[in-house]
Design a protein around this ligand. Structure first.
Ligand code: GAL
Length: 665
């Protein structure tokens, strides 16, 4: 990130400015026998983005050694058609590249074998068939494509959980020259059908409501460097919440949209848009088009040109490029200022609206206006909510202003044809600390930067994952200064009725009303003790929850994400250790913020610490971190090639410390 240039033996080979794109360069002619020097220079301009882009080499760099004739970069494309549970036709297209600078044509045989991928191991399992062999005759310096089709019976379809399973296949393509295998290339893909209409999205014929979140590329305290366990943790927690979709905002993911041209951000993509929009867009789609989970390509966000003819012609040019690269998916742009009658809106295949669909901002055109004009185009919220909150932080009095009821200025659930939404955002991210520009990270997340769910997590879980029996009470119950004062209690639950008790006294039993997403007891007067909620569904007991006034903080408690007790010494595995500051009874003390010191014994290291507090300016690698609202996080990595145990200890003045031991496997 970004403006990478690559040099071999002091000679410039090439480069690529946009740091989120993947690119490949041919080094062969620059190499000399014996030792060579490969140098990569990156050059991140200041003021290049309104979020944190990072500045360094944050993605894998591969040195690939291949035969002169090989499968080209992103050189396979697998698509499926006429998909049903009984059969599907799979098409393969292989780009065979002959990188020779001279010499005659080469004739290579191209084969592609299909395997099922075992979902539990991620490994290729049973053979699923073979595409007909083909021959490619490729002149020096040229690329020739070889294609074929295969009909699969009873295909294992890719589809979103929970109603479907995300089955994958592996295609192994091989090139043969004179009977000798000269290249082998693996492609993971999935078989599924997509249908888009005025009432939403269908995957394999099933209508799937988009329960999505926008996600930035960073991994919290770890920054912009990609790491699989950290990315998995982000996605798993979102899935537990019931989310079934991600909008990568606003850039391609490590190996999917172009950033808004941000006012005042001088050095963002706008400076090179003219030269680079096409190559970047092609690279973005080619790299990722075999992923079955991608159902739309977004190639813009809140561009200022939404209402201009220039903007419309640029949108059309980019849309046509997307369709050239991928004619199996639709395109969209996150629009915040479009109108049903603007040319721009006629160009996007899917109407993606940022906030404006609910009539926000100038009382502008709403979902209904767009629906009136385009009854057959899918409409969805590319961004919704943009609510700011800090975990465990409550403001009194509870008024409309700082505690608006869902639907008070929005849509609630009154537009059934809207295909769904992408909440801004799933997790907090580094940068864009709106509206407090002195903070380090954003406040928009449903989950904070350290990975602790905010109360809103349970609002979404109750709606999006309604089979999970859950009830969640807010606020906490440590308000010594509020005795006798009105302190509203709200509950998120997947139940449809709830009764709240404060110290055993019922505050009333309530039914969840239409278009409301929480139970509210707004007249509760605070007294120390215990708040308990019993919830019901269809008249039967469902889930209960308790929040108690705690004693003072007494000790630290450690736990690991997914209860892991081992770590792989591969240099990239990470174990996420949560610290809770608890009282003698084990209740998390919601306002405890002691300074915690972390240390490691054994062949491991603390990579970063965090607490989810957007105002905490202590550098992420620090081994000392204040708890925030009773919690903190330490991320541990094993040194490579070690086989012992690692013990992480946490201590704080006046509190009983804790340790946790991990086996290095
Ligand atoms: C949106 C924008 C996002 C983010 C968000 C913050 O308008 O598309 O990128 O800046 O505002 O609320």
């Amino acid at each position: 990130m970004s403006y990478a240039t690559v040099w071999v033996n002091g000679v410039l080979v090439g480069g690529w400015p946009y740091g989120y794109a993947s690119f490949r360069l041919e080094l062969t002619s620059f190499l000399e026998p014996g030792e060579n020097q490969l140098a990569i220079r990156i050059d991140q301009a200041l003021d290049s983005s309104r979020w944190y882009p990072g500045a360094g080499i944050y993605r894998n760099v591969w040195l690939t050694k291949v035969h002169t004739t090989h499968v080209g970069q992103f050189g396979t494309r697998l698509t499926s058609r006429e998909v049903s549970s009984g059969s599907a036709i799979v098409d393969v297209e292989v780009q065979v590249e002959n990188a020779a600078t001279s010499g005659g044509e080469v004739e290579v045989q191209v084969t592609t074998d299909l395997y099922e991928i075992d979902a539990s191991t991620g490994e290729a399992g049973a053979s699923a068939g073979q595409f007909p062999n083909s021959t490619a005759v490729v002149a020096a310096g040229k690329i020739v494509s070889a294609s074929g089709s295969l009909t699969l019976q009873d295909p294992k379809l890719w589809g979103p959980k929970p109603s479907q399973e995300p089955h994958l296949y592996l295609a192994v393509t091989r090139l043969y020259l004179d009977g000798q295998e000269i290249d082998s290339y693996e492609t993971k893909f999935g078989i599924r059908s997509l249908e888009y209409d005025g009432d939403g999205l269908k995957v394999n014929g099933e209508r799937v409501y988009i329960q999505g979140v926008c996600q930035h590329h960073d991994l919290g305290s770890l920054g912009a460097a990609f790491n699989i366990p950290a990315a998995e943790r982000q996605l798993e927690m979102l899935q537990d919440m019931g989310s079934n979709a991600i909008r990568t905002s606003h850039n391609p993911r490590p190996g999917a949209a172009r950033p808004r041209r941000s006012p005042g951000v001088q050095n963002d993509f706008q400076t090179i848009f003219g030269d680079w929009s096409e190559p970047d867009l092609r690279a973005f789609i080619r790299r990722d088009r075999n992923h079955p989970s991608i159902w739309a390509w977004s190639y813009g966000n809140e561009v200022a040109e939404q209402r201009s003819n220039n903007g419309a012609s640029a949108a059309q040019r980019l849309r046509d490029i997307v369709h050239e690269e991928d004619d199996t998916r639709k395109t969209t742009i996150g629009m915040n200022n479009a109108g049903p009658d603007t040319q721009f809106t006629s160009i996007v295949d899917l109407i993606g609206l940022n906030y404006q669909g609910e009539g926000k901002g100038n009382g502008g055109p709403t979902f209904e206006n767009f629906r009136g004009k385009y009854p057959d185009k899918m409409i969805f919220s590319t961004e919704s909510s943009s609510v700011v909150s800090s975990r465990g932080t409550y403001l009194f009095p509870v008024t409309g202003g700082n505690n608006a009821i869902v639907g008070q200025n929005g849509a609630g659930d009154r537009y059934p044809y809207v295909a769904g939404e992408f909440v801004w955002t799933g997790w907090d991210y580094i940068g864009e600390p709106t509206p407090y520009d002195s903070s380090r990270s954003s406040y928009f997340g449903i989950i904070d930067l350290a990975g602790f769910p905010k109360d809103r997590f349970y609002l979404y879980q109750a709606r999006w994952n309604p089979e999970v029996k859950m009830a969640h009470i807010l606020p906490h119950w440590n308000w010594p200064d509020r005795v006798g004062q009105v302190t509203p209690v709200h509950v998120f639950s997947s139940g449809d009725e709830a009764e709240l008790f404060v110290n055993g006294v019922s505050q009333g039993r309530k039914k969840k009303e239409e278009f409301t997403y929480r139970f509210r007891w707004d007249d509760v007067k605070y007294e120390a003790g215990e708040v308990h909620v019993f919830t019901y569904k269809n008249g039967a007991a469902w889930a209960n929850a308790t929040v108690s006034t705690t004693e003072k903080a007494a000790k630290l408690q450690l736990s690991t994400y997914k209860d892991r007790d081992s770590i792989r010494a591969d240099g990239s595995d990470l174990v996420f250790v949560s610290v809770a500051v608890v009282d003698d009874k084990g209740y998390v003390v919601p306002d405890a913020e002691p300074s915690i010191t972390f240390s490691v014994q054994g062949p491991g290291e603390i990579v970063t610490t965090d607490n989810g507090d957007p105002t905490d300016m202590v550098p992420f690698p620090s081994k000392e971190r204040n708890a925030f609202r009773g919690r903190a996080l330490a991320i541990v990595r094993a040194q490579s090639e070690a086989s012992e145990t690692i013990t992480l200890s946490a201590s704080a003045d006046g509190l009983e410390g804790a340790e946790i031991t991990l086996t290095v496997a």
